[in-house]
Design a binder for this molecule. Structure first.
Ligand code: LLP
Length: 424
């Protein structure tokens, strides 16, 4: 049984005696009222993450653009917008979602290695704040639509691939030369030279997103060093640096992640030293990751010699991170059976017809665990609902937000007919 869950959760998720609460509501009651599987967000936990992030970067001129891919629910986006965040989008769909939530276009940045022409047109037409350029051909497309919509000086940053290795899962490293992202130094120099007097495309700086779930600030420092070299070599003085996202969170009580204030302080100091006017940040996971849990119900317990399985009603279609990256999520019971005493190790698996369909391996659970019990999968706010699918023709779970003693549905559970509504 996971000890020290306070490392993962802030005070808004905790046990009161034997019951696990989201703010002031027992998880079992939420499961009863809304059914399972069910994503449950704590509004006050989200507000607290927003303010700790803002606070960490308060002493530098910055634009914080929440990375919509982490969780794109309209209620969450609207809360972030209200708190003054901008949005980092990577597709026409995310741009539309951000605009629908009310983010002002002048606070929206657009990244992505495969921007489609219609997406570039949409972003030019909607007058977003800036493009993060990953390919020289994007520039000519931006010029084309700048001409068509009579716009000049469209702000762009060059996304650099500085071949910097980072300590994270290899699927979410984005700045080594093996990855598809960004421009190498030679391409960047060439683009800077060619576009010096460009009246449509105004290159003001660099975008450096290095990877996700980074544990400390050191890779960013290496990136800044490279930027200084590039600047010395070309004479180009960046006004803007967008460091992307990547700030890690604890998934287990053993995870050691640098504190956000220390992160902020080191980055702020370097940004000042480099004479940068505006720092752009694109946090996703840090903001929402630990502000939600996934509640699921035990369907069966299968005990075999040497191997136990707890089969629950949430699967890899609902939360794919363990199956896809081998990620660890803390899983705890919604009600601790204080009398039971004994514990067992079990794989927490879903109902999907794949061996890789698991939420946790060798998880310590009460050995009294039985059909109908509710389990809580922690750290389910980022890249969980947003990566869910209908695989095995399973309707997606509902999403609920808790605020103190109140709860409300922020996305209803999909129905069976939703599964085929687009088919002919
Ligand atoms: N900016 C850019 C350009 C990005 O590609 C990403 C994430 C972010 C910002 C936000 O990064 P964050 O602050 O959330 O680390 N599905 C994976 C994570 C993929 C991250 C993709 N890019 C996972 O579940 O771990």
């Amino acid at each position: 049984m996971e000890k020290g869950i306070e490392v993962i959760f802030d005070g808004f998720f905790k046990y009161h005696k034997q019951d696990f609460y989201v703010e002031e509501i027992p998880a079992e009651i939420i499961a009863e009222n809304y059914g399972t599987p069910c994503y449950v967000y704590s509004k006050n936990s989200l507000l607290s993450r927003i303010s700790s992030f803002k606070n960490a970067f308060r002493s530098v001129n910055s634009l914080v653009c929440y990375s919509v891919k982490a969780n794109s629910n309209q209620t969450i986006l609207k809360i972030l917008k209200k708190k003054g965040f901008g949005a980092d989008v990577v597709s026409g769909g995310e741009l539309h979602r951000a605009l629908l939530a009310g983010f002002p276009p002048e606070r929206i940045v657009f990244a992505g290695a495969g921007k489609k022409e219609d997406e570039i047109e949409l972003a030019v037409r909607k007058k977003i704040y800036c493009f993060n350029i990953e390919n020289e051909e994007e520039i000519s497309m931006i010029e084309k639509y700048a001409c068509r919509y009579r716009r000049k000086n469209i702000l762009c940053n060059l996304r650099l691939n500085l071949d910097i290795d980072v300590d994270t899962h290899h699927y979410v490293k984005t700045s080594t030369k093996e990855t598809k992202f960004g421009l190498d130094i030679f391409a960047a120099k060439d683009i800077l030279k060619k576009n010096m007097g460009n009246r449509y495309v105004n290159i003001k700086g660099f975008h450096l997103h290095l990877g996700s779930q980074l544990k400390d600030v050191s890779p960013y420092m290496r990136a800044f060093k490279e930027v200084r070299h590039l600047s010395d070599e070309t004479g180009f003085r960046p006004e803007i640096i967008d460091i992307g996202g990547g700030f890690g969170i604890a998934y287990s009580s053993k995870d050691v992640i640098s504190n956000i204030d220390a992160f902020g302080e080191t980055i702020t100091r370097s940004i000042r030293d480099m004479g940068i006017k505006t720092l752009i940040l694109e946090p996703g996971r840090y903001i929402v990751g630990n502000t939600a849990v996934l509640l699921c119900k035990v369907l069966y317990v299968k005990k075999r010699q040497g191997k136990n399985f707890v089969i629950v009603d949430a699967g890899m279609n609902d939360l794919i991170r363990p199956a896809f990256y081998g990620s660890y999520h803390t899983i705890i019971p919604a009600r601790k059976n204080v009398k039971a005493g004994g514990w067992m190790k079990a794989d927490i698996v879903g109902p999907i017809c794949e061996t890789g369909d698991y939420l946790g391996k060798d998880i310590v659970v009460p050995d009294s665990v039985k059909k109908g019990d509710i389990l809580v999968v922690a750290s389910a706010g980022a890249y969980c609902f947003s990566m869910s699918s209908n695989y095995n023709s399973r309707p997606r779970p509902c999403e609920v937000m808790v605020d103190g003693k109140k709860s409300c549905l922020i996305r209803k559970r999909e129905s069976y007919s939703d599964l085929w509504k687009h088919e002919s």
